[in-house]
Ligand binder design. Sequence first.
Ligand SMILES: Cc1cc2nc3c(=O)[nH]c(=O)nc-3n(C[C@H](O)[C@H](O)[C@H](O)COP(=O)(O)OP(=O)(O)OC[C@H]3O[C@@H](n4cnc5c(N)ncnc54)[C@H](O)[C@@H]3O)c2cc1C
Ligand code: FES
Length: 499
Amino acid sequence: MGQADHIPHPSSNVQFFIFLFLLLLVVYYTLKFLQIKRKYALATLEQQQSLDTRINSTINENLVHQNKPANTWQGFKNFKVIEKKVESWTIYQDKKISDICSFVLEPIETPKPLPGFLPGQHLSFLLDTPVVPKTMYYSLSDGPNENTYRVSIKRALPPPNTPGIPAGIGSTFFHDMIHEGDKVKTAMPKGHFFLNCKSTSDVILVAGGIGITPMISMAKSLNSIASERKIILYYGVRNLEETALIDDLLELSSSAKNFTCYLCLSAPQSAIKFDKPKNKQNKSIDKDTTKTELNPQNSDTFEDRDKKIQSIINDENILIVTGVDSDGNLENSLISKGCRVSVKLMKYHIEPQNKNYDFYLCGPPSMMKSVVTDLYHWDISKKNVHWEGFGPCAVMWPGDILNSPLKPCTVTFIDNEKDQKVYLDWKPASGSLMNMADEKEDVAPKIPRTCGAGFCGTCKTSFQGKVFYENKPGFTGLQPNECLPCVCKPDGDVILNLN
Ligand SMILES: Cc1cc2nc3c(=O)[nH]c(=O)nc-3n(C[C@H](O)[C@H](O)[C@H](O)COP(=O)(O)OP(=O)(O)OC[C@H]3O[C@@H](n4cnc5c(N)ncnc54)[C@H](O)[C@@H]3O)c2cc1C
Ligand code: FES
C-alpha cells in the first residue's frame, strides 16, 4: 500500500503545470501592462512638456504674471500705430464709412519683446478725445507676437432714428482721428476672460458681431502652438459684407490643422450695396466720398473685398449657414431668411456626452444669454463655459440663479441732486445692481459706466448695507463704503447714494 500513496496522481501534475502556466501568464501581462503604462505616461509627459515649451515660447504666458520683468510697465505707455486697416464698411447718412478698423501697435517707450498676453485679454487705452479724456478697452485681436499688438474696433454709431444722439466717443476717435504714425497710450494686457491653453479639450468659440476679436486671438494662438485641439468657431453676423477679419479667417482655414468656422448669417440679403467708383483706374477709396481719413493702401478696394468674400464662399473650412432644414441639413442660400448662432445648431456638430469641450462666448448679451441658457440645459458643466460682454452684460448661469445664496431684497437709489428716491425689488435673476437698474431704465437712474466689468471704477458708488462679488473685481482702491454696481449684488437690503 504505502508506495502507491506517495506517487502523485498524474492529474495533480497537470493541474500544477496549468497553475504555473497561468501564473506566468499573469506575471507576463502585468509586466507588459506596467511597461505600456509607463511608456504612455512618459509620452504624455513629453507631449505636455513640449506643449508647455511651445506655449511659453510663443504665448509667453509666464511673463504676464511675473512681477516686474524688464519689458512690462506700469500705467500707460506710448505706442505707435504702424498699420491701420479697414476690415469692413458701412453706410451712414449716405456716406460710406469704415465700420471695423484694425490698428497694429508698436511700442515706443518700452523694450521689445512685448509682454505676452493670454488669448482673450484686452488692452486699455487712455484717449485724449476732443470731447473728454476717455479710458477705452479693446480685446487683442491677433495671435502672439513679440513686436506688435493688434486691436480691431467697431465704430459705435448712434441708435437709428434718434436725432441728436452723438456717435460713440472712443471708437469714433479711433476711426476718424487716429492714423498711421500716430501715438496712443496703452496699458499692459489684462483681463479675466482668456483661453486655457493647457487644456486638451476641443474648443468651441462662439462670436457675435465684433465679439469675433477675442475669438480670432484664441484660434490664432492655438494655431501658433500647433495645438492638436479641434477648433469650431460659430460666428454670427448679419451678412457677408459685415463679416470682419476675413483675412484672419482665411489664414486660419488654410494653416490651422483642425479649424472649422460656421458663419451664421442672420440677414444674408441685407448686404450693403456700395456704389463702385466711376473711374475704374482709380482703385483706391475716394476720400471725398468717405467721412474717414484713410490710407488707401490699407483699405480693401471694392474688387479686393469682392474677391475675399468669394474666397469665403468657396472655402471648405468656412461654412456659410443661413438655415437648417427639417432633416438637419445646413442651408447656405444667400437668398434665405437667415439663421442665428444657437445650441440647436451646435448639436449637429458636437457630442458633449462623449467628449469634453471648452466653450468661449463673446457677443451681444441676447445671443450669449440664449446660448448660455441652452448650454446649461444641455448639461454642460459651468466650469467649461466662459463668456465676456463688451460692457455690462446681464448673462447668468441658470444654475447660479437657482442656487443663489442671496435672498430677494430691496435696493434704494438715492439721487440727492434730484431729491429723488427709487425703490426696486432685487432677486437673484436680476443680476448685478447695474443690470437691475438697466432693466428698469424707465424708473431707475442710469449708473455711469465704462467697462461694465469691474476694472475701470467709473461706476463706483457709495452705499449702505452689504454687497457680494462673485469674483474679486479688477479695480482696486474702493473705500469700505463704496461698491462697483456693475459687478456686485446686494446681500440684504442696500441703499445706493448716487451723488
Ligand atoms: C473687456 C472689453 C473688451 C472690448 N473689446 C472690444 C473690441 O475688441 N472691439 C470693439 O469694437 N469694442 C470692444 N469693447 C467695447 C469698447 O470698449 C467700447 O465700449 C465701444 O467701442 C464703444 O465705446 P464708444 O466710446 O465709442 O461709445 P460711447 O461713447 O460709450 O457710446 C456708446 C453708444 O451709446 C450711444 N449714445 C451716446 N449717447 C447716448 C445717449 N444719450 N442716449 C443713447 N445712446 C447714446 C452712442 O451713439 C454709441 O452707440 C470692449 C469692451 C470691454 C469692456
Ligand atoms: S463700469 Fe467699470 S468698474 Fe463698473
